[in-house]
Design a protein around this ligand. Structure first.
Ligand code: PEP
Ligand code: MN
Length: 345
């Protein structure tokens, strides 16, 4: 249930409503919008008489939220949530362009890639130090050494670092180096991990599980939000279908559906969706045209030598060409590619 307060509601009226709801055994989550305060009623309490709440001073409307996710819903938070990243607000007119290798492979490789993507106009640098690989025999990432190189790349370029955390116990360590926690598709329903990043205030890029519905993605986001971290960006990275030509199938429908259902920014990952670099540009353009707030793309200076996901990695010059195309496309959908004066997020 959500309680929409009047634009003129006084602080006292808001606090009276909150006290009444808490007295019934519920938690409240307050959303201070541009125009008005909305009170989200969460948890399990005694039955509430909506009509009585509606009669309280300052209350405009009491609504049931029919979705199982509450804080993530548009009803609860009508304004777009804006997540700060390198001087832009993800979810606003500026598109977030996150680029870098699948894995951090060496100090030289990440520095070279960071400079190249910065030059091409990236907003942030991606790179995995802890890699969730399907095979235990595949490269598992450099671990903390990789995080150290990522931090050095940030120092050198000013680009904030987006990197995956796979284990709740490693959240403090990864948090020492990362500007954005990435939760990988395989961990979308790792609730202990969602809880741990929910207790941080660092932005989280939450990837959709490869066989998860849109509602399950939003429920995963709800875990993070309900632990107090509102800086969540959702990521469509392709889902499993019967098609095998591409690695996954980019669910273009998810982009407008998520923008409709939630206030959280939506980032497209065309690289993992298609698995082949040749299609990355087209799917990036389609996602932005459909309303995505940004992209996360794999870029490697020598894809043929990559230790993971080389097949889908763009060479830096192809990434630069993609950014140029987005620069032309963005204004058609009311967006722009930011001219990033890089500084720390
Ligand atoms: C990645 O970003 O390199 C990755 C492992 O992605 P996903 O979790 O979407 O498979
Ligand atoms: Mn990858």
């Amino acid at each position: 249930m959500i309680v929409v307060m009047s634009v003129q509601a006084t602080a006292r009226e808001v606090s009276d409503v909150i006290a009444r709801i808490r007295a019934m055994g519920y938690d409240v989550h307050i959303s201070e919008g541009k125009e008005r305060t909305i009170i989200g009623v969460i948890g399990r309490g005694r039955p509430i008489d909506k009509e009585q709440i509606a009669l309280m001073d300052g209350v405009v409307q009491v609504m049931s939220v029919t979705h199982p996710y509450k804080i993530a819903s548009r009803e609860y938070h009508p304004d777009d949530t804006l997540v700060p990243l390198n001087g832009i607000e993800v979810g606003g007119p500026n598109l977030a362009i996150i680029a870098g290798p699948c894995s951090v492979e060496s100090r030289e490789q990440i520095l070279e890639t960071a400079h190249a993507v910065k030059e091409a106009g990236a907003t942030a640098l991606r790179g995995g130090a802890f890699k969730p690989r399907t095979s235990p025999y595949s490269f598992q990432g450099l671990g903390e050494e990789g995080l150290v190189y990522l931090a050095e790349a940030r120092e050198a370029t000013g680009l904030p670092v987006v990197t995956e955390v796979m284990d709740p116990q490693l959240v403090p360590l990864v948090g020492q180096y990362a500007d954005v926690f990435q939760i990988g598709a395989r961990n979308m329903q790792n609730y202990a991990l969602l809880h741990a990043v929910g207790e941080s205030q660092k932005p989280v890029l939450l990837k959709r599980g490869m066989s998860s519905t849109i509602e399950e993605l939003l429920m995963a986001a709800e875990y993070i939000l309900s632990h107090g971290n509102m800086r969540v960006m959702l990521c469509e990275r392709g889902i499993r279908t019967f098609e095998t030509h591409t690695r996954n199938t980019f669910d273009i429908n998810a982009v407008p559906a998520l923008k409709h259902l939630t206030h959280l920014p939506v980032i497209a990952d065309p690289s993992h969706a298609v698995g082949k670099w040749e299609y990355v540009e087209s799917v990036s353009m389609a996602a932005i045209a459909a309303g995505a707030d940004g992209i996360i793309v794999e870029v490697h200076p020598r894809p043929e030598e990559a230790l993971s996901d080389g097949r889908q990695s763009l060479k830096p010059e192809r990434f630069a060409a993609l950014v140029e195309k987005l620069r032309h496309l963005a204004p058609i959908v009311g967006r722009r590619v930011p001219e990033v004066e890089a500084h720390h997020a």
